[in-house]
Ligand binder design. Structure first.
Ligand code: GLU
Length: 419
């Protein structure tokens, strides 16, 4: 089973990845120190009126890791295990992800320590409006633009947009992305992360000589990222042999009908009671007999205990930070190829960028335009990372980091240090 949850620090993993990459870059120590340090961190403790009339205190965060390349961008997570350490790591990952995709943003992240499933819709709305107000000293269309992440969705983004707009006295759709289409959301944003996972995975498979028809895929996490990634890979002809959600997993070595499974999940709320699959654990999904593993849930799931049992030869990181430093080392040693999170799941923030551009121009693109632009950007940057890895004889993540960090360094050098 997976190691104890909180022994692990997401920031330690993010810093170790960064430190590994800068060893290949010949940067001065003071610049390295500047690049790894978060710019500002806000903690907010705030009350929410619950439906029973009582007040309950919640804690949330919004962290800007870097503003060097533009406004900060990054999602908001609602999860009971949110900590400042986790948000700090996620904010840093956003800096490298945006730089790698060449989109003009710095990195940020937010989170509230809450289990959204335990709240009523009205409680969730009040919590969101209050949290949005608390962090309103940081967010704006030109300064910091939130988006969905684990536990949040387009409705929550609409409430944030509305709260901010009420305070300003006019509608400001560009303050947040991942909104419903009716308030300035973009075509294709909901599916963007999963679609991007598919683009990079199919491209990696092509480079590794893996035919979709002969490729077995396991997907851990069947939320917005995992379910769409599974669907898209299935549409490409891959055999999806195991999937899991928070309740557990299912396996079908002959391949699951992913469209049917998604319909089932929408009705029953889970994949585990799907009739055409054998019930297995989350651990058995991570270690399933497969060629491609798509971890698409939370950080730290592939650790030193899980890694030796992983069968896949390609890992497509739909989640942010799914591999610990030790877990990754074991798999790299065995020659497993990674499509690192900052590349693999960057389709989400890329279409967020499209949404923000459309909102600022009040001019909207078609779904075909969105998907085509997304495909081009994903493949361009996949090739940049693949080539850098080959050329420098380093792993894909380290290659991605060197490219991303290099782009931030160029911006630091062009701007200079103030005053
Ligand atoms: N939460 C997503 C991520 O981790 C999307 C962020 C965004 O669209 O700003 O990349």
């Amino acid at each position: 089973m997976t190691a104890m949850k909180r022994r692990y620090s997401a920031s330690d993993v993010a810093n170790a990845q960064f430190d590994k990459a800068v060893r290949f870059m010949h940067l001065p120590d003071d610049l390295v120190e500047y690049l790894r340090t978060p710019k500002r961190e806000l903690t907010v403790n705030f009350p929410v009126l619950m439906d029973d009339g009582r007040m309950r205190m919640f804690t949330g965060y919004r962290i800007h890791h870097s503003t060097v390349k533009g406004p900060t961008k990054g999602g908001i997570r609602y999860h009971p295990d949110v900590t400042i350490d986790e948000v700090r790591a996620l904010a840093m990952w956003m800096t490298w992800k945006c730089a790698l995709m060449n989109i003009p943003y710095g990195g940020a992240k937010g989170g509230v320590q809450v289990d959204p499933k335990e709240l009523s819709r009205n409680e969730l709305r009040r919590l969101t409006r209050r949290y949005a107000t608390e962090i309103s000293i940081l967010i704006s269309p030109e300064g910091d633009v939130p988006a969905p992440d684990v536990g949040t969705n387009p409705q929550i983004m609409a409430w944030i947009m509305d709260t901010y707009s009420m305070h300003r006295g006019y509608s400001a759709p560009a303050v947040v992305t991942g909104k419903p289409i009716s308030v300035g959301g973009s075509q294709g944003r909901i599916e963007a992360t999963g679609t991007g996972v598919m683009f990079t995975t199919i491209e990696a498979m092509r480079h590794l000589g893996m035919e979709p028809g002969d490729t077995r895929v396991a997907v851990q996490g069947f939320g917005n990222v995992g379910s769409v990634a599974a669907l898209r890979l299935w549409e490409q002809g891959c055999r999806v042999v195991a999937v899991s959600d928070v309740n557990g997993g299912i396996r079908n070595p002959r391949g699951l009908n992913v469209r049917d499974l998604m319909r089932h999940q929408a009705k029953s709320g889970t994949v585990v009671d799907y009739p055409d699959g054998e019930r297995i654990s989350n651990y058995e999904v991570l270690t399933a007999d497969c060629d491609v593993l798509v971890p698409a849930a939370l950080e730290g799931v592939i650790d030193e205990i899980v890694a030796p049992e992983v069968k896949a030869r390609l890992i497509a990181e739909g989640a942010n930070g799914p591999c610990t430093t030790e877990g990754e080392a074991i798999l790299l040693e065995r020659g497993v190829v990674f499509i690192p999170d900052i590349l693999c799941n960057a389709g989400g923030v890329t279409v967020s960028y499209f949404e923000w551009v459309q909102d600022l121009q009040a001019f909207f693109w078609t779904e075909d335009e969105i998907v085509e632009r997304l495909r081009r950007i994903m493949l361009e940057n996949f090739h940049a990372v693949w080539d850098a890895a080959l050329e420098k004889k380093i792993d894909m993540r380290t290659a991605a980091y060197t490219l991303a960090i290099g782009r931030v360094v160029d911006a630091v050098e062009a701007r200079g240090i103030y005053p």
